[in-house]
Design a protein around this ligand. Structure first.
Ligand code: GUN
Ligand code: ZN
Length: 438
């Protein structure tokens, strides 16, 4: 699979820091730039003339002059078995799970179906410029095997895990505390650290796990401190009331996860909308990560994520941005940023385009502790890159005419009007994959 070296030429957008905190210094643009890619890594970056001079004989050049080159997008919360759930009409969370999601997830018991869905899902992520994601599979270990095998085949950096559920779900989707523990252990042994893969211990959410299963999940997290944990938290008011009924001893939802040792700097909590102050504090003190899923929160009528509150807390809560497909309605991180902007507007909060693009790349990489590998244009980083076309559609090209030379406006237009059409190319480990893989 070793390819000749490749020069990718275009406008390099480089984040060195977080624009919200570091201001203008956080972001640099190399207008006529290039990245030299070799053996799946970024070997060098700089002005196109310098990089072309450095490139070994036989290197091919992909000329994307005029287009923006960024690190691939990172999605911190998405469900691959829900590619046939996305856009299911008319329900809020708990009904939506029963009526649509749990029905579709049962089909992934069949490894051939899981394989087909995994292929579709990865094709779609790459088409949308997403090169790394933190992914829920189903309760079936076969669904995890299918996803990891396909990710490995494509050389993609992916994090995923088998969902654990042992109550309040159809019998066919339930494991037991022991079975969930044993299967998760076996999957961690089989896949964690293979190629670019990592594992997320995945109790779905407190309502679908008994205390014994949460206990087993905490044991897994303790025994595999290098693995991630992912689950859902405070998404919907009926869900929170249900948690209070199921765990009568608890004052808050977050306390349930805290009791079983599931908070921490490698734990990603989807949604985090309706949080008490003590819950914000638990998340902050533990270094846990909140995943803001705007299209899902709007689609399921869940509520408005309060970014300012989480950032302003002392210490701050670590925040990431995610699609949450199939509760989310788009695979596109650009469209996700678009809806995030509107959610924040509803609470009188703003979000500069530079901050949004930081979040989709380096910010999400930092949230997952992956910033030494992906999420930035840096020599030595893995060569997961995307090429964005600011004039991808007539409406975008027309709008761009009014803001020539203004990068902040250009980025804002990209995130408001852009989608898969704005992704001119996606490179995974240095190979172009937007139009499918071999
Ligand atoms: N809470 C528990 N499971 C899910 C899920 O699949 N999607 C969303 N949005 N919330 C959940
Ligand atoms: Zn989710």
């Amino acid at each position: 699979m070793n390819e000749p070296a490749r020069v990718i030429r275009g406008r390099l957008l480089i984040f060195d820091d977080e624009p919200r905190l570091a201001g203008d210094k956080a972001m640099r643009l190399i207008e006529d730039g290039a990245a030299l890619i070799d053996k799946g890594l970024i070997a060098a970056l700089g002005k196109a003339s310098e990089i072309t001079a450095k490139a070994p004989a036989g290197a091919r050049t992909d000329d994307h002059s005029g287009k923006l080159i960024l690190p691939g997008f990172i999605d911190t919360h998405i469900h691959y078995p829900q590619t046939r759930v996305i856009a299911s009409y008319g329900a809020q969370l708990l009904e939506w799970l029963q009526k649509y999601t749990f029905v579709e997830e049962q089909k992934l018991r069949d490894p051939r179906h899981a394989d087909m869905v995994a292929r579709f899902f990865l094709d779609e992520l790459f088409r949308q410029g997403t090169t790394t994601a933190m992914v829920y599979c189903t309760v079936h270990p076969e669904s995890v095997d299918a996803f990891f095998a396909e990710s490995e085949r494509r050389g993609a950096r992916m994090i995923a895990g088998k969902v654990m559920m042992d109550r309040n779900a159809p019998e066919a989707l339930c494991d037991t505390p022991q079975l969930g523990y044993d299967q998760t252990n076996a999957l961690i042994q089989r896949w964690r650290g293979k190629g670019r893969l990592d594992y997320a211990i995945s109790p779905r959410f407190a309502p679908t796990s008994t205390e014994a299963q949460l206990e087993a999940s905490g044991a897994l997290a303790r025994e595999h401190p290098e693995a991630y944990v992912q689950t859902h938290l405070c998404e919907n008011r009926a869900e929170i009331a249900f948690v209070r009924e199921l765990f009568p001893w608890t004052k808050t939802y977050t306390e349930v996860y805290a009791r079983y040792g599931l908070l921490g700097p490698r734990s990603v909590f989807g949604h985090c909308i309706h949080l008490e102050e003590s819950e914000v504090d638990l998340l902050a003190q533990s270094g846990s990560i909140a995943a803001f899923c705007p299209t899902s929160n709007l689609f399921l009528g869940s509520g408005l994520f309060d970014m300012r509150r989480l950032h302003a807390h002392s210490p701050p809560v670590r925040v990431s941005l995610a699609t949450d497909v199939g509760g989310g309605t788009s695979y596109s991180m650009l469209q996700t940023a678009n809806e995030a902007y509107k959610v924040l507007q509803m609470n009188g909060q703003s979000w500069q385009a530079a901050q949004a693009f930081y979040q989709m790349t380096l910010g999400n990489a930092r949230a997952l502790g992956l910033d030494q590998r992906v999420g930035s244009l840096r020599a030595g980083a893995e060569a997961d890159l995307i090429v964005l076309d600011p004039g991808a559609t007539p409406a975008m090209a027309h709008r761009m005419e009014a803001v020539k030379g203004d990068l902040a406006e250009e980025l804002f237009i990209l995130m408001m009007l852009g989608d898969d059409r704005a992704i001119a190319e996606t490179y995974v480990a240095g190979r172009p994959v937007k139009r499918g893989t071999i």
